[in-house]
Design a protein around this ligand. Sequence first.
Ligand SMILES: Nc1ncnc2c1ncn2[C@@H]1O[C@H](COP(=O)(O)OP(=O)(O)OP(=O)(O)O)[C@@H](O)[C@H]1O
Ligand SMILES: [Mg+2]
Length: 251
Amino acid sequence: MIQQGDIILESRNLRRDFGGVQALRGVDLKVRRGSITGLIGPNGSGKTTFFQVVSGMDPDGTGEVIFNHQQILGLRPSKIYGRGLARTFQLSRVFPELTVLENLMVAGHRGDRGNRERAFGLLQKVDLHNYIDVYGSDLSYGQQRLVEFLRVLMSDPALILLDEPAAGVNPTMRTILWDLVRHMNGLGTTILIIEHNMNVIEELCEEVYVLNEGELIAHGDFTDIRNNETVLESYFGRIRVHPATPGRASS
Ligand SMILES: Nc1ncnc2c1ncn2[C@@H]1O[C@H](COP(=O)(O)OP(=O)(O)OP(=O)(O)O)[C@@H](O)[C@H]1O
Ligand SMILES: [Mg+2]
């Protein structure tokens, strides 16, 4: 059962064509304020494209995107970010030539001292407070993903779009990452997450949307999705449903 509540993000008839490829074919999706909502679907189904268009990075989508009751489609990415909608990328984008602390400071808006305090607080939560002077380029891949996530949190976004944040991250770091997601959600941050691991989706998300070839084919809580015939055919048959073997990268 899906709860009712205020909608923080809504897309209406969202479309994006890449020449012949219709990456989004009229997507109507709602994210409830305060929720952790999952966006799943096979490779190439349009998940990242959805984030690209919603965050303003891809200006060529059509339809409507309503964030906090205001139309944002067509706004520049910096404007959308400034309104409280932040995202991470499928591939890590930590600045390699900046230290961990600098990587976080550049994203803050509290002034030097406030940013520093916020950065320390966040780094402590993920046990990276001893890494403040380490350069981005010297971090492990998993550490980079965490720092990238923390950088997004420096701006106190109301909504965070997470694009496979744990892909390629080792199991220990993954646990830290999921704990942080839960922690931030507990503090009131809404999360929309793309993730291929169904166990994670089941544990984290109260609401799930399923994309297939640019179309939403299902929406509901995890049980609804898991038992949906169309989803079973188009998706569950093709992906791993069990956790990745420890020590192996998962995507
Ligand atoms: N810049 C682009 N130019 C041309 N086609 C693109 C571009 N970006 C995405 N596409 C196409 O749009 C479709 C959706 O891609 P998208 O990256 O959104 O999928 P995805 O669901 O995020 O997949 P994955 O799970 O592999 O990350 C694919 O067919 C892809 O090839
Ligand atoms: Mg993707």
